[in-house]
Design a protein around this ligand. Sequence first.
Ligand SMILES: Nc1ncnc2c1ncn2[C@@H]1O[C@H](COP(=O)(O)OP(=O)(O)OP(=O)(O)O)[C@@H](O)[C@H]1O
Ligand SMILES: [Mg+2]
Length: 576
Amino acid sequence: MKNLLACFRFLKKYKVHLSIAFVLLVISTGFNLIQPRISQWAIDDGIGKQDIKTVIYAAIILLSFGLVGSFLNYYSGILLIRSAQGMGYSIRNKLFKKVSLFAFADFDKWRTGELMVRLNSDVSTIQQFVRMGLFMLVLAILMLFGAMGGMFLIDVYLATILSGIMLVTLLFFYFVARYLRPLFTHIREALDRVNNVIQENIAGAKLVRAFSAQKTEEQKFDKQNKSYYQIRIKVGNLMSILLPLLITIGNFTGLIAIWVGGNMVGIEKLTLGELVAFNNYATMAVFPILVLAMVLNFISMAMASADRVIELLEVKPAIKENKNAIDLNKLNGNIEFQNVDLQYGEGEAAIQNLSFRIEAGEKIGIIGTTGAGKSSLIHLIPRFYDNTKGKILIDNKDIKNLSLNTIRSRINVALQETMLFSGTIAENIRYGDPNATEKEMKIAAQAACAEEFILKKEKQFEENVGVRGAGLSGGQRQRVAIARALLAKPDILILDDVTSSLDVTTEAKVIKNIYKSKNKMTTIIISQKINAVKGADRIFVMDKGKIISSGQHHELLEKCKFYSQINKTQDTVTVS
Ligand SMILES: Nc1ncnc2c1ncn2[C@@H]1O[C@H](COP(=O)(O)OP(=O)(O)OP(=O)(O)O)[C@@H](O)[C@H]1O
Ligand SMILES: [Mg+2]
């Protein structure tokens, strides 16, 4: 409940809307509640005394009250929709902002599907509750107490008998709701599982086809879909008993009212009009009981969703910016590691007691076996992950004292898994610097050897890359990613194995262009290939989280057995 109330904080902006909506709801319910009294007046003073004028007045008043009541009800609904949508809009924005503050380590913990469900369906459930649940709750309570009040005003004895029946009915439905509540949670969980299978199948569609595993996947889906179907049928069956049961109770209540009330009319303790009005109130009082039963379920659904939403809102991202962090427009670009460790979870550290210094403008190559810790090392520089031991300095300042904006905008990493957004090639390159001129963008594309394939495309730079770059080959995607990184004109440029899909000649050309670039940026190029690193001022050879040797190509050939062995197995190409 605490979390649901916390979600209502987002309704603050709509205080006025909500207050008006509820006032209108109270007035419109008032109009409804007064109607049986008007009927009573029409019967006793109109029909009873054969005064046709009173009957006509009563009919006009009934009609106008009905119309005004319905209009107020409609307007209050509109205001509620506005408040609920506004709340949903704010919560979604806030959640999105939170997710955009997530560090790499946070994404290691949270599954994409789960985040999507929280941002979409959970917010919608809370929204629905404000829109429908609150409306129904207020309406039902007003109607129930109003109708009871109406009955007691007409006749206390008869009202007491009927209140007894109502109370028993209410208790009965309360227990039904309590029984149904866990079933609603099961529905959500079953739906979650259906969504998970769909989401994984779409994300891994190509893998499923590559393994010709459609049949297995269909069976997996069918299993979850069936369990969802079965639980919905079970709940559906239960719910469909409720309505006829309630109508029967309603009829039974009416029967008692007419039977007991009829006798009272016979002995002139009650007028006929009073009996009709009383009967109307009795019917009015039965309806809110069903509504309350439903609202009870609505509340538990909204509470479950609110728990999930608030949990996400309260996540503290793994990377925190220091309060006094300084903002710099430019970095010189020297990097120093002092006894740095990075440990992801339990087990061996991915980076172990690493110390080195890279001077500003130096060109560094990193080579090593797969899993050696190359990506882990460079992820520490822009604080994608925080080191678990030691200190990292950039421009001789602890990186924790630099603002995230400084290190993320002045250090650019072309990540190992190339990711492009749907859109044109130009849009993707411009992601590096949206304000870059056409010429600057083309220079970046040339340096990345991307222009040569782009110009062969029908629409050239305006060609669409397809969903996540699916319309480009692996090597083309990598070159767009390099151009994107170059266009950002960082002070420290890091390429994490993004030349792996390029042929040796193109790879050598790209690297040469980067080295030749006018920007005096510090450059770190990671690769599994000697060709990509041999031209560097210094090459780090990595193994098991450590730098086992470093030096220039020719030095390493002499002093590092591991390096010279890799060299032997690979053809080297030189581009002049
Ligand atoms: N996010 C992560 N969570 C847990 N362990 C990780 C994570 N990323 C990497 N590791 C582990 O850290 C070690 C080093 O991985 P890293 O990705 O740095 O290697 P790499 O040298 O870049 O390899 P490759 O050449 O294959 O890209 C590996 O044992 C890997 O399993
Ligand atoms: Mg890697």
